[in-house]
Structures are given as structure tokens and as C-alpha cells.
Design a protein around this ligand. Structure first.
Ligand SMILES: *Cc1c(COP(=O)(O)O)cnc(C)c1O
Length: 496
């Protein structure tokens, strides 16, 4: 970085905390002096300032405007983060989600005054069931991981209703961390299944682990190596023959929407990350939504509430007594992430069947373009084409002194958000790239040229420059370990 007198770099301003900009007495508005009042709180009355900064309006506006400009997202750069589907979110969907009739309603309103909103939930549920071919759906889970929790609770309830206890859940090694975490949270033990050299579940190893104590298999398809589990029918049949259920992690559904009917794969339950597949900006903590589709066998155990439609109109079933079902209970306040449903429905209806099919095709095409173009300079982990994401490992960096992390940091200096690093764990030093389906060939070509150039630079012995990266950002490499282990969450004013 070039040293400057101000600490700023060009028009990138070194932003102090808002507390550090405190100017006691400054305010955005003029207030009259507070009238004198009788202190009736005795010693409890406030003795001094409470530490809120005094700030003029322009200071506040600049501070938050500049902070907002430090956001990097799909709206500003190419963002090839794998296992996450960083989707372009059509502005139409945002506009509809902000309509006062949808944004300003309250979950406690009488149902007669929100018939349109209930119809919207019901219609969104209908299209998700139609796309997946599944007969039932729980709309309330708030994210993918919450959908896993919902699905595993229904599985536990169904097994209990059979008078059985099955304590074990099988999870492939390549699974997202939320899978074993959800299984453990629901009281199951987790048993890992190895991957084959083809990056798929080892079916023989799976079959050897099946037995009367196995509640379910959790499998992601396409999996986190970006590959379609092509033995999925055999896998589903084996799990069912052993009396277990088949949980499909649907986080990668974007790759197969309109192409594959999930029900045809023998799936009993699958969460859909609406924020990954059906619009809604995500990252930075949400909001998301994880509606969970269910087979006939699991449907009676779905959590409430549920929207139903009858002669009186749209209605919420909120208690088991209203439906005769055996729900696992309520897993979230109110009726789910309504604003995300609005975006998802707007996305599905504006895209149409042909548009949804094209989106999944384009996602797969873009990923295969990266895979084909980069395979000569990087090391592709598995043979053959991929689905929506291309997986490379760090063999191409062998003996260069450059690590996957260094490579990712160098990409930041080049103006690209890095791909997912070190996940999945089944290959060494993973680089997982998922190019959004809306990216143009032009953008992909610029990314490809940059990645190739960096790979050649690494091979040519330029490790030093990689170790220094990023050099063009407001901050260099942060100490992420210390930040996670000893976070400083409270600002302390400097001693007076
Ligand atoms: C994102 C993701 C999840 C978790 O979903 P959230 O909505 O982030 O809770 C689970 N599995 C896979 C494969 C994922 O990519």
C-alpha cells in the first residue's frame, strides 16, 4: 500500500468506528433543553452520558454510505462461491416483496384480512410441490439447516410411530457441515460414508452400514463435489429396504430445477434453500427460507402451521386437533419467512417452466465452461463433466510454495471474489467454483484468463507475491483465528 498523509487510499476512505467520531453535543436535530423534573428514581437516575456518540447528520450519512460501499456481493463483482449459489436477484422480485400490502401486514391480523397472503403461501407451496413431484411440504423452516432439523424431526417421529428406535444417521464424507450438526441436534449419532475415486458415494460401503438401527441417509444431490449421484436410485432402494428414510439435501437444487423430479429419485424429504435457488439476496446472515418437501409417509408428521384452502377460503391449521395429523410441533414463530416466499413465487412465475429449465441448464453450462477451460492449468479433481460447480484441488500448486489460501487472496487483488476454499474435505486444498447462471461468456473469459495467469505465475516461482496478497485492499490478511477465538465485541473509549 502507498503511504498517504490521511491514511486514505484514493477515494477509499479509512473508516473510523462511529463511536470514534463522537462529537459531544452534536446532533442531527435541534432539541429544546429538557425541562427540569423532580427526580423520583433516587439513586437509580442516570448519572452521566450513556455513551451514544454525538453526530451531525452529514457525518452519519457519510459513515453508513461508505460502509455500504465496502460490501462486496453479486451486484458488484463476479462471485464464484461454490456450494452456495450466489444468484442474481431480479429487481422485480425485490419490488414485489416491498409492496405495502405484502410488506406491512402482521402475523396476528385476522385471517380474513390476509387472504391474499395466505393464498400466496399456498401457491408458492403448490409450485414447489409440483417442481419436485413431492406430495407435501412444510413451509415454516427458516433456512436450509432449519429444514434439515425439520426433516430429521419428522423422520424421528415417523420411526417412533412405528414403535422403533433407530439412533444412527449415515452422512457422506463430502456433506456440508450442517448435515451432521442437524443429525446430532436431533439426537442421532452420525456415521460417515466414504467417497469413491469418482467423487460419489461408495455404494458398497453404504450398504455395509445399513441395518435396523439406521434412521436415514442424508445425501446431497448434485453433491458438494458438483457431481450428480448417478447411483441414486439404487441408493434409495437400499435405504428403504433397510427400513430407513432418504433425506436429500436440496441446497444444490439450482442445478436440476425443471430437469429432475425429486420424487422420482426415491427421496422422502428434501429442504429447498429458496435463497439459493429461487431468488432472495443472501450471505451475511439472511434472511433465507428452507421449505421442506415430504413424501406421503412423512407428511402426517410435518410441523404446523399449514395453509389449507376450503369453501370458506384460505385458512391456517395451527393445532393438531384441526387436522388429525401427528405434527412434530411448531419449529418457528408464525408462518415462515413470508418475504422470501414473495420473491420465490415472483421468480417462479416470471421465469415460467421454460425459464426455470434454462436457468438450471445455464448454471451447468457455465460451470462446465470453467471446468473445460481451466483443466489444463489447474487440477480438476474428478473426471468427466460437472453439474453447477467445478471442483479443483491443489495438485497444480505442488512445490510452488503457494497454497489454496494464497491463490484465493491473489484473486481479490485481481477484482474477483474468491471461490470456496478447502471445501469439500474429500480433496486436498479444494477450490470450488460455482459461476452464477446469469454470468456472460465475457465475464467468464476474463475470470478464466486471470486464473490461468495466476496459475502460471505460481508455477514460475512467484510465491513471494502470493504470500503478500492482497495488497490492494483496505486491509491485508486478517488474523482470522484470533478474531474468532478472542473477539472484541465492545468498544472501549480511550482513557480520558
Ligand atoms: C447452504 C447449504 C446448507 C445449509 O443451508 P442454509 O440455508 O445456509 O442453512 C446445507 N447443505 C448444503 C450442501 C449447502 O450448500
Amino acid at each position: 500500500m502507498i503511504p498517504t498523509l490521511s491514511g486514505n487510499q484514493g477515494l477509499q476512505i479509512e473508516e473510523p468506528l462511529i463511536f470514534e467520531q463522537d462529537s459531544p453535543g452534536a446532533s442531527g436535530v435541534d432539541l429544546p433543553d429538557a425541562p427540569a423534573i423532580d427526580d423520583r428514581l433516587g439513586g437509580l437516575a442516570r448519572q452521566g452520558r450513556i455513551g451514544l456518540p454525538g453526530l451531525a447528520e452529514p457525518t452519519v450519512v457519510r459513515h453508513y454510505t461508505r460502509l455500504s460501499q465496502k460490501n462486496v456481493g453479486i451486484d458488484s463483482v463476479f462471485y464464484p462461491l461454490g456450494s452456495c449459489t450466489m444468484k442474481h436477484n431480479p429487481r422485480l422480485n425485490e419490488k414485489l416483496a416491498r409492496l405495502p400490502g405484502l410488506a406491512d401486514i402482521h402475523p396476528f391480523q385476522p385471517q380474513g384480512t390476509v387472504q391474499g397472503a395466505l393464498e400466496l403461501i399456498d401457491t408458492c407451496a403448490h409450485w414447489l410441490k409440483t417442481l419436485t413431484g413431492m406430495p407435501a411440504i412444510a413451509m415454516s423452516p427458516a433456512a436450509g439447516a432449519h429444514g434439515e432439523f425439520c426433516g430429521l424431526m419428522t423422520i424421528r417421529a415417523a420411526i417412533g410411530a412405528r414403535g422403533e428406535t433407530r439412533p444412527r444417521i449415515l452422512v457422506p464424507e463430502s456433506a456440508h457441515g450442517t448435515n451432521p450438526a442437524s443429525a446430532a441436534a436431533c439426537g442421532f449419532s452420525v456415521d460417515p460414508i466414504p467417497a469413491t475415486a469418482r467423487g460419489r458415494v461408495d455404494v458398497a460401503a453404504l450398504k455395509a452400514k445399513l441395518g435396523p438401527d439406521v434412521a436415514a441417509l442424508m445425501l446431497t444431490n448434485p453433491n458438494t463435489c458438483g457431481l450428480f449421484e448417478d447411483e441414486i436410485l439404487e441408493i434409495a432402494a437400499a435405504v428403504h429396504d433397510a427400513g430407513g428414510y432418504f433425506y436429500c439435501d436440496g441446497a444444490n437444487y439450482n442445478a436440476i430445477v425443471g430437469r429432475v423430479r425429486v420424487a422420482d429419485l426415491g427421496v422422502d424429504v428434501m429442504h429447498i434453500n429458496l435463497h439459493k435457488t429461487f431468488s432472495t439476496p443472501h450471505g451475511g446472515g439472511g434472511p433465507g427460507a428452507g421449505p421442506t418437501v415430504l413424501s406421503q409417509a412423512l407428511a402426517p408428521f410435518a410441523p404446523l402451521p399449514a395453509v389449507v384452502h376450503d369453501a370458506q377460503g384460505f385458512r391456517l391449521i395451527e393445532h393438531a386437533a384441526q387436522s388429525g395429523a401427528m405434527p412434530v410441533g411448531r419449529i418457528k414463530g408464525y408462518h415462515g419467512q413470508f418475504g422470501v416466499f414473495v420473491r420465490a413465487l415472483a421468480y417462479m412465475m416470471s421465469m415460467g417452466a421454460d425459464g426455470l429449465r434454462q436457468a438450471s441448464s445455464d448454471a451447468v453450462l457455465n460451470a462446465n465452461y470453467l471446468l473445460a477451460e481451466l483443466s489444463s492449468d489447474l487440477s480438476a479433481s474428478f473426471e468427466g463433466p460437472c453439474m453447477h460447480e467445478a471442483l479443483f484441488d491443489d495438485r497444480f500448486l505442488k512445490d510452488s510454495g503457494v497454497s489454496t489460501l494464497d491463490f484465493a487472496k491473489a484473486l481479490i487483488d485481481e477484482g474477483f471474489h474468491p471461490m470456496t476454499m478447502y471445501f469439500p474435505l474429500v480433496v486436498h486444498g479444494a477450490l470450488l467454483m460455482e459461476p452464477t447462471e446469469t454470468e456472460s461468456k465475457d465475464t467468464l473469459d476474463r475470470f478464466i484468463a486471470t486464473v490461468r495467469g495466476l496459475a502460471r505465475r505460481a508455477r514460475d516461482g512467484a510465491a513471494e507475491s502470493f504470500k503478500a496478497a492482497p495488497v490492494l485492499t483496505p486491509r491485508r490478511r486478517l488474523d482470522e483465528t484470533t478474531a474468532a477465538r478472542t473477539p472484541v465485541l465492545r468498544w472501549k473509549p480511550p482513557a480520558a
